[in-house]
Design a protein around this ligand. Structure first.
Ligand SMILES: [Cu+2]
Length: 188
């Protein structure tokens, strides 16, 4: 252990420098399409990510396709306007659900979908589907790597905790009582 010690301050300095450079770069310019694709694909297991379509929403919410896939999954990169990394990969039903949510429209009935968010970071309000920042009253929570089940019947969600301030280390319902309630299931 002792022999390794002189190396550690140096290694830490390099990490700190790299970190500073990376954040300075990020502030300078919008991420490239390559970076957006890499961010999006971190949301799913490699076997799902490799053949997934990648799309990104512009400031108006319009989707731009960055890469065509072939396995029925669609991934979106981190949304830089919200805290925490939140890229996601979703199946076809979940994409319809998420599109409805983003458009403030009712989700399609009877279409149960699966989403991966393996990068972790849902930093989100657990009660307000459209909150982008914490407030004193919007029950802002943090969840690590998780999967989500969306579009199921109320009878499914009724079997899980619906507290506004849930224990995020076990499955719970986010946005309970809204058309966009869904199961959040941690996987670590
Ligand atoms: Cu999520």
């Amino acid at each position: 252990m002792t022999a390794n010690c002189p190396v550690r301050p140096l290694a830490m300095a390099v990490v700190v420098l790299l970190g500073v450079c990376a954040s300075a770069q990020a502030a300078d310019k919008a991420p490239s399409d390559k970076e957006l694709i890499a961010s999006a694909l971190r949301a799913a297991p490699p076997g799902v990510a490799k053949d997934a379509t990648v799309v990104v929403a512009d400031a108006q919410g319009k989707m731009r396709t960055l890469r065509e896939g072939k396995n029925g999954f669609t991934c979106m990169p981190d949304n830089p306007t919200t805290p925490g990394p939140d890229p996601m990969c979703m199946d076809k039903n979940a994409l319809e659900w998420a599109s409805a949510w983003m458009a403030h429209k009712p989700p399609p009935a009877g279409k149960i979908g699966l989403m991966y968010m393996l990068e972790g970071g849902t930093d989100a309000s657990n009660t307000d589907p459209y909150a982008t920042q914490p407030t004193a009253s919007n029950h802002w929570i943090k969840t690590g790597a998780h999967v989500m089940v969306v579009g199921a019947d109320a009878s499914f969600y009724d079997t899980y905790p619906k507290s506004a301030d849930p224990d995020t280390s076990a499955p719970y319902v986010m946005w309970a009582g809204t058309p966009y309630q869904h199961l959040m299931a941690p996987i670590k």
